[in-house]
Design a protein around this ligand. Structure first.
Ligand code: SAM
Length: 341
């Protein structure tokens, strides 16, 4: 079949109540993580889902097939830390074999990639993003708390050696923790074709992590000024994908891409194309709102793909828009480690 014929056969993407085309499903595989980043997870007082509450690999595959049957095209596996799922390679193999899935990606802190990069690639994974907040050992230990720079760097090297390209790094920047790291991180793009993206902190839930995220916000405009002061003016790059949340630039004589993801100071709700599935099987309509629709009960009650698809379309229809993070609003009583990133 020619690519034109394939395009004309493609199912239209579902639209939400605001006319946005929703075609991107982010699936949280677990609420566990092997790091404790200061803006994400507290070091004490956590409770985790029992393993029987998590969707199994076959249940995740059913949801993915249902999503693709109604016009979704992209899936990202996340968490928690998705590499902690013992059946991750099986999940990737199941999803990458689904006809109609155009993009399957993974977000990880890379600590376990030395052992997993190769099997994941063999299972069909082609894209991954690595989360790395600092190139300085001590500052990394302060902001990401568990895990070390050497472990994460070994994971990035394993991903590269296995053929994942481009390497995309995400750094969350927190005032008084790692804002001095943005220049060395951005400088990685001078001689490497990597994408390094800086993410503004979002205050999820309540407690210390939300406070750290809210008080530690460093607006992207400030980060850009810091980087330009050292690397020179950044050239804006045209967006290939209107739903790409990252505003992308290239340093003069740079090889890679420097991006800014600014959910607080430059909210991009108008182009949001995402739906989330929590590790315990609920469609979470928006990262920054609490609305959810359970799908696990339907699956475990014997519901088929059509029943799952109907719930997903209902979730799309009710997807909200807008948030008030810039005004100090938080997501009140839900937290990132519960809903997945
Ligand atoms: N464990 C994986 C990782 O570290 O990338 C995947 C899940 S993590 C929750 C997904 C992304 O969310 C990471 O890049 C992380 O830095 C980011 N993140 C977590 N808490 C955040 C917050 N409060 N504000 C902004 N980004 C956050």
């Amino acid at each position: 079949m020619t690519s034109l014929a394939r395009l004309s056969k493609m199912r239209p993407m579902p639209r939400d109540g605001f006319g946005r085309e929703i075609d991107y499903l982010r699936i949280s595989l677990t609420d566990h993580c092997n790091l404790r980043c200061v803006y994400c997870m507290p070091t004490t007082g956590l409770s985790f889902l029992p393993s029987e509450a998590l969707l199994r690999a076959d249940e995740i595959e059913l949801v993915a097939r249902a999503a693709i049957s109604v016009g979704f095209r992209k899936i990202r596996l996340t968490g928690g830390e998705p590499t902690l799922r013992a059946d991750l390679v099986d999940i990737v193999a199941r999803l990458s074999a689904i006809p109609g899935l155009r993009d399957l990606a993974l977000t990880t802190n890379a600590v376990l990639l030395p052992k997993l990069a190769e099997p994941l690639r063999r299972a069909g994974l082609r894209r991954l993003n690595v989360h790395l907040d600092s190139l300085d050992r001590e500052r990394l230990a302060r902001v990401m708390r568990w895990g070390t720079l050497d472990e994460i760097w070994a994971g990035i090297e394993a991903a590269q050696a296995t053929g994942f390209a481009p390497i995309k790094l995400n750094a969350v920047v927190v005032r008084d923790f790692n804002e001095d790291d943005v220049v060395p991180l951005a400088a990685l793009t001078l001689d490497r074709p990597w994408h390094v993206r800086f993410v503004e902190t979002m205050p999820f839930g309540g407690g210390d992590t939300a406070r750290t995220a809210r008080d530690g916000l460093v607006p992207s405009a400030e980060l850009r000024r810091r980087i330009e002061a050292v690397l020179g003016p950044l050239q804006p790059l045209e967006a290939f994908d209107p739903s790409d949340e990252s505003r992308n630039y290239r340093a003069a004589h740079g090889n890679g891409v420097i991006g800014f993801i600014s959910p607080v100071t430059e909210a991009y709700c108008g182009t949001c194309n995402r739906m989330r599935l929590t590790a315990d099987g609920r469609f979470h309509l928006c990262l920054l709102n609490d609305d959810e629709l359970d799908v696990r009960a339907t699956i475990r009650g014997g519901g088929d793909m059509a029943a799952v698809a109907a719930i997903l379309l209902r979730a799309v229809h009710h997807k909200p828009t807008g948030h008030r993070l810039a005004a100090g609003h938080t997501t009140a009583d839900r937290q990132m480690f519960q809903i997945g990133g």
